[in-house]
Design a protein around this ligand. Sequence first.
Ligand code: NAD
Ligand code: TYD
Length: 364
Amino acid sequence: MKEKKTDSAFDFFDENKIVNDEHKIILVTGGAGFIGSNFIRYLIRKYPNFKVINFDKLTYAGNLNNLTTIEDNANYVFFKGDVADQKDVKTAFEQFNPDYVVHFAAESHVDKSIINPDIFLQTNVLGTQILLNYSREHKVQKFVQVSTDEVYGSIDSNLNVTEEALIKPNNPYSASKASADLLLRVAYQTYGQSVNVIRACNNFGYYQFPEKLVPVIIHNAFNNLDIPIYGDGMNIREWMHVEDHCRAIDVVMQNGKSGEIYNVGTGNRWKNIDLAEYILDKMNINKKLISYVLDRQGHDVRYSVDSSKIQQELGWKPQIEFEDGLEQVITWYSNHMDWIEEITSGKYMNYYDDIYKPRMMETQ
Ligand code: NAD
Ligand code: TYD
């Protein structure tokens, strides 16, 4: 049995402990990834009567070690499957008949999408359509698409985009997410399915794969490695703690008006170079580690969303102060060097075989 370590920065699930005592079945796709695993922990703790199915293919970004603190909970089930595989999705829907689908599963890294766009289309676009098909057939009460502010493309300075803005993606990742958003629109308009799209800003938090900016900075700083900053470092991103995002998804899943899109952001915007320096200051690490590297192709300069719709219509607002959240996350990474080492060594990939294969053989 693995040691159970703290895995929430804040006691977020204690504020209205059981606000919904109905028995619901939630199919969470991509629940072994960064945001999905945080969301599953959130659901399991906040709603003792919800049954949560984690449907995940376990790509390089899927790590069941992210869920060790809740994996023994009777309301949690793991199902290994590919959203782009009809058979897998059909089996899961027939087995679990979910009330809600919350769709995180995606190829999520922009740099990877520039090198190999095809898998982004397969998972992010085709996978979404297949899930929508079975959601319609099984009369799912609500399908929540976890999308991104990146679908709006680069935003001029002093502008914050509302949900009415045109989508103008600039890289294969954001184009695939924008395409999926359009399929959600079709599901609502043509088939009358109950759906929402959430377009969130950049997240940071526990269990984020060390390919994204914040964990790259923290990991490299701890290991005295260069911290690569693309181009001139002046690109701006809006940052939100993953637990604030989880709360937003929950609110939208239960109260979002069908067919609506909700931007989810904080207004907390940073130039990449300023963020890197700020984190290094917090860690007491020399800024000389920062190393400017060749820019990303088609690098969006600025993301910036207007989140007043979800605040006014659904009463959500971010609760975690950036500085507090960041300090907690730095501490978490420093206490979870084993987690990150398993990733950098590739050992975490064995988790499924080690844990599940013997169990499956026992039941055969
Ligand atoms: P992640 O890369 O950490 O996790 C993705 C998960 O999806 C992994 O567990 C992976 O195994 C799984 N997966 C990939 N392909 C699959 C397939 N074909 N079938 C089933 N499972 C598959 O991603 P993340 O950062 O947690 O992002 C989750 C979602 O949130 C994505 O849809 C992303 O577009 C969106 N999003 C992310 C951010 C962010 O800052 N990370 C911001 C806004 C929106
Ligand atoms: P990333 O975390 O990949 O998220 P996204 O591209 O989806 O916003 O990157 C955040 C910003 O940081 C983006 O402007 C690219 C930049 N970046 C670096 O400068 N260095 C890095 O090593 C990484 C991963 C990103």
